[in-house]
Design a protein around this ligand. Structure first.
Ligand SMILES: Nc1ncnc2c1ncn2[C@@H]1O[C@H](COP(=O)(O)OP(=O)(O)OP(=O)(O)O)[C@@H](O)[C@H]1O
Ligand SMILES: [Mg+2]
Length: 228
């Protein structure tokens, strides 16, 4: 199997006035294409920090992240933006949808960001079609004109997943995607991610939920700034 993303000796700390909080302490991680990896660890152990670094939303103090063998540190600002917007898709605990836009528009947004305004004109239609198809696949076809605030939590997360997938990312990064949902709704979201994975999508998911351990995914435990 080929490695899609790999971290080597990641260190990350936060300075708070006089104090330095060491969060990641030489973390090594390697994920293969097509894997479903669940990262578990106590609150404050650095799971979100790690996910943000893997997705280039944040930088480590030292150490490297390799995406398909290339060191992110060597990417230009432009290449990093492309990486963030098209190579990875993000799903967050609190959805981060825009209430000003309807469901379909929310899903289309990362695709819009990809093109110049001229390029967008010619791709608008095909993007709209793809957004509608994704929403249908996630069982949201009857909600495309809703605004996020008019949706349930599970529905919002489905929209967020569709948005994360609009640019066909190689890697889906999900930070506690079920953390704000009741267990039944959360299970539904988990099944959506598992279905995507069985269709070939690589998924790295952070979760508090230890029962994930029983679902046959690769489980990674973050303790004291390292993978154990
Ligand atoms: N921008 C920041 N400035 C200062 N400290 C931070 C910052 N971001 C995170 N921290 C601290 O770093 C530690 C790790 O945070 P992180 O959000 O990665 O934890 P987590 O494992 O995702 O926790 P949770 O399960 O509660 O989401 C926490 O103790 C947090 O308070
Ligand atoms: Mg977190």
């Amino acid at each position: 199997m080929s490695t899609i993303i790999k971290s080597v000796e990641l260190y990350k700390s936060y300075k708070m006035g006089q104090n330095t909080l060491k969060v990641l302490k030489g973390l090594d991680l390697s994920v293969d294409m097509g894997e479903f990896v669940a990262i578990v660890g106590a609150s404050g152990s650095g799971k979100s920090t790690l996910l943000h670094i893997l997705g280039a939303l944040d930088k480590p103090d030292s150490g490297s992240v390799f995406y398909m063998g290339s060191d992110l540190a060597g990417f230009s600002q432009k290449k990093l933006n492309v990486f963030r917007n098209t190579s990875v898709g993000f799903v967050f605990q609190f959805y981060h949808l825009l209430d000003e836009l309807d469901v379909l528009e929310n899903v289309m947004l990362p695709a819009m960001a990809k093109f110049t305004s001229l390029g967008w004109i010619s791709r608008r239609k095909s993007t709209k079609k793809r957004a509608a198809e994704l929403l249908e696949r996630l069982g949201m076809q009857d909600r495309i004109k809703h605004r996020p605030f008019q949706l349930s939590g599970g529905e919002r997360q489905r929209v967020a997943i569709a948005r994360a997938l609009i640019n066909q990312p190689q890697l889906l990064l999900a930070d506690e995607p079920t953390g704000n949902l009741d267990s039944e709704t959360g299970n539904g979201i988990l099944r959506v991610l598992e279905q995507l994975n069985s269709d070939g999508q690589t998924v790295i998911m952070v979760t508090h939920d230890e029962s994930i351990a029983n679902r046959g995914h690769k489980l990674i435990r973050l303790v004291d700034g390292k993978i154990v």
